[in-house]
Design a binder for this molecule. Structure first.
Ligand code: ATP
Length: 363
């Protein structure tokens, strides 16, 4: 049981400002994911919570108590590292028991906790083996097991799945989610993989250049990104961005670019009125660009299909609208063919617009 609060957290390594004015409140039992590109400050933030990195400025609270100067061992936190950090000369049992032995837990208690964790993680058969005799996935489980036996207030995970192959990663994603439900413990989980973040997190924080960009539930970030960076980082294939102009005509507000012209729905147009610029960035996700009968200008985009990428349940169409390349998602039974023309109808509900200068979302 623990909530974690980070308040105006800063970390400088000399000239490098790794984390800047980072605020985040993580309620008890939440699965919070920190995601962002390499070097954005995720690991540094996690290491400050763990007590492995000094804080340059700001505060970290665990359950309302400031822990800035508390050594890692007194924070009641367990961390699982990317490389698992198992002791090679110890057996799985000894690796899992190690933290408890150091803390002088009675032998019976240690034995019971290790057995319990081994059962949860399905590694009961492996307790006598050394790490080198384990597969990557098994090592990963042992590393998680070593964290579980401590029954910490908070689990910290630093890219724990990145050394696993794609299939195992998907499997472990589900297992870690189940584990969270079972243990009901606060988790802070770092990854650079937006799919991992979207599928695992109760909420996600997107970071860039040491700064928090947005925090919210996965679908909130997907449907209501705060800025162009978040819109582009979340979602696969990535959202289409097109630069163009707003055009106010008797028929309403339009977005116009070389390749096409679109009418903006009245309710959205009303909100965009106060935008002082003409130039703007339009964003539309491939899933919001379905094929449609070609209709009156302003409703659909005329495109030519260039490449089709068929997957099991969907087909991605790489198309050209004039000189503008777009990606659209189509049904597997699409009639689209390479080099053929067709029309796409952007879902008016999910059209995004971003400020041309600071790239914040305008809707
Ligand atoms: P990755 O996904 O690649 O691990 P990250 O988002 O976890 O990246 P951090 O490891 O937190 O990023 O690093 C943030 C910034 O701080 C980077 O510019 C990095 O080079 C810098 N940095 C991290 N640790 C140190 C250090 N010990 N000394 C100097 N600079 C550091």
């Amino acid at each position: 049981m623990a909530k974690v609060l980070m308040e105006k957290l800063n970390k400088y390594f000399g000239e490098v400002k790794a984390v800047k004015d980072f605020d985040l409140e993580i309620p008890d039992k939440e699965f919070m994911v920190l995601v962002g590109p390499s070097g954005c400050g995720k690991t540094t933030t996690l290491r400050m919570v763990a007590g492995l990195e000094d804080i340059t400025a700001g505060n970290i609270y665990i359950d309302d108590k400031i822990v800035n100067h508390l050594p890692p061992k007194d924070r009641d936190i367990a961390m699982v590292f990317q490389n698992y950090a198992l002791y090679p000369h110890m057996t799985v049992y000894q690796n899992m028991a190690f933290g408890l032995t150091l803390r002088k837990f009675p032998k019976e208690e240690i034995n019971q906790r290790v057995k319990e964790a081994a059962e949860v993680l399905n590694i009961g058969e492996l307790l006598a083996r050394k790490p080198k005799a384990l597969s990557g996935g098994q090592r990963q489980r042992v590393a998680v097991g070593r964290a579980i036996v401590r029954k910490p207030k908070v689990f910290l995970f630093d890219e724990p799945l990145s050394n696993l192959d794609a299939k195992l990663r998907v499997q472990m994603r589900v297992e870690l989610k189940k584990l969270h439900e079972r243990l009901q413990t606060t988790i802070i989980y770092v990854t650079h993989d937006q799919v991992e973040a979207m599928t695992m997190g109760d909420r996600i924080v997107v970071m860039k250049d040491g700064l928090k960009q947005q925090v919210g539930a996965p679908l909130e970030l997907y449907f209501h990104p705060a800025n162009k960076f978040v819109a582009g980082f979340i979602g696969s294939p990535a959202i289409n961005f097109v630069e163009g102009d707003f055009l106010s005509e008797p028929g309403g507000l339009f977005f116009q670019t070389k390749g096409f012209k679109l009418k903006i729905r009245e309710d959205k147009a009303a909100k965009l009125k106060s935008y002082p610029e003409k130039r703007v960035i339009f964003g539309i996700r491939p899933a919001d660009l379905p094929e449609a009968p070609c209709s009156v200008p302003g409703e659909t985009i005329d495109v030519v299909v260039e490449v089709m990428e068929p997957l099991r349940n969907e087909v991605f169409l790489n198309v050209q609208a004039g000189d503008q390349a777009l990606i659209a998602r189509a049904d597997p039974n699409t009639k689209a063919k390479p080099h053929a023309q067709l029309c796409l109808e952007p879902n008016p509900e999910n059209m995004h617009f971003f400020d041309i200068r600071d790239e914040r979302a305008l809707l």
